[in-house]
Design a protein around this ligand. Structure first.
Ligand SMILES: NC(=O)c1ccc[n+]([C@@H]2O[C@H](COP(=O)([O-])OP(=O)(O)OC[C@H]3O[C@@H](n4cnc5c(N)ncnc54)[C@H](OP(=O)(O)O)[C@@H]3O)[C@@H](O)[C@H]2O)c1
Length: 274
């Protein structure tokens, strides 16, 4: 059964900014009821207001819910998952969008910082999936969407943990998808190239400090609202792997890394990554 947004309950992580906020607003416009997660409660309220504005005039529905918590904290995320399941009695679509990037060489990244990135991006995605699957299986219906990255399709310097976490997501969810093939549960991956968000500013340096600089590729990236429209169009049409905001550089990078690894590594090490 194809999952559409109208009248669906959608839980989005990383809904306080960037792509997650845009996905939330577009889902609201298409008739979904939302559970919005992130750490920044004020920013989540901001997203909820934008969602309410986008559906003004639509028939009355339950108000969206805000569920702030830290994904890197194991207990917090397990508790949050149970709460999320109870808010509207079900989750139809889980969007695992939250993520943190990295700007430091492997040798200069503290092990705790490396682990924090893996937990935030990958460990949490596995745990939230484990939590929502039983009720999706009971109804034989649902969708799990994981937002990976072009760095989940190729490596990039100063992003060893980030790229590893994004490859891990791709491996995990494409394997899981095969286990649910033929069921009513859709498992989809999104691979953004370059979207105009604060991802590089929020990236972690080797000591865990915020990087604080906007990368040129993000600065000139796609408008997140456009990204969200494309992603939901494709998800509602049943797409499993979605490359979005993939400019020529992203396409070339993935192609070279697969087919011409020597040329790729020479080029990417010179230009400083994505
Ligand atoms: N922008 C791009 O060009 C691009 C390219 C490829 C992939 N992506 C992926 O797209 C996704 C969204 O990123 P974005 O570009 O929208 O960047 P962003 O604006 O920095 O958003 C990241 C989101 O993740 C949340 N988050 C980070 N750490 C968290 C934690 N420990 N606990 C809970 N929430 C946490 C943040 O919320 P709080 O700060 O409120 O916690 C924020 O809402 C990420 O998975 C990223 O890897 C982005």
């Amino acid at each position: 059964m194809q999952q559409t947004l109208a009248d669906s309950v959608v839980w989005i992580t990383g809904a306080s900014s960037g792509i997650g906020r845009a996905l939330a607003v577009e889902a609201a416009r298409r008739g979904a009821t939302l559970i919005l997660s992130g750490r920044n409660e004020g920013a989540l309220r901001g997203t909820a207001s934008l969602c309410a504005e986008r559906r003004s005039g639509a028939p009355r529905r339950p108000a969206d819910a805000i569920l702030p918590f830290d994904l890197a904290d194991l207990n917090a995320r397990l508790q949050a998952a149970q709460k999320a399941l109870g808010i509207f009695g079900r989750i139809d679509i889980l969007v695992l969008n939250a993520g943190v990037s990295q700007r430091a060489r492997f040798t200069e990244t503290a092990p705790e910082v490396f682990d924090l990135i893996m937990e935030t991006n990958f460990g949490s995605a596995v745990d939230l999936t484990r939590a929502v699957l039983p009720q999706m299986r009971e109804r034989d219906s649902g969708m799990i969407v994981c937002v990976s990255s072009v760095a989940g399709l190729m490596g990039a310097p100063w992003r060893t943990a980030y790229s590893a976490s994004k490859h891990a997501q791709a491996g995990f969810f494409s394997s899981l998808r095969a286990e649910f093939f033929g069921s009513g549960i859709q498992i989809s991956m999104v691979y953004p190239g370059f979207v105009r968000t604060a991802i590089s500013e929020n990236a972690l340096s080797g000591d865990g400090a915020r990087h604080g600089e906007l990368d040129p590729l993000q600065k000139s990236g796609q408008d997140p609202a456009e990204t969200a429209r494309i992603v939901w169009d494709r998800l509602e049409a049943g797409a499993l792997d979605i490359e979005v905001a993939f400019d020529f550089k992203a396409r070339l990078g993935v192609f070279l890394s697969r087919h011409f690894p020597k040329l790729f590594v020479r080029s990417i090490s010179k230009h400083g990554g994505l």
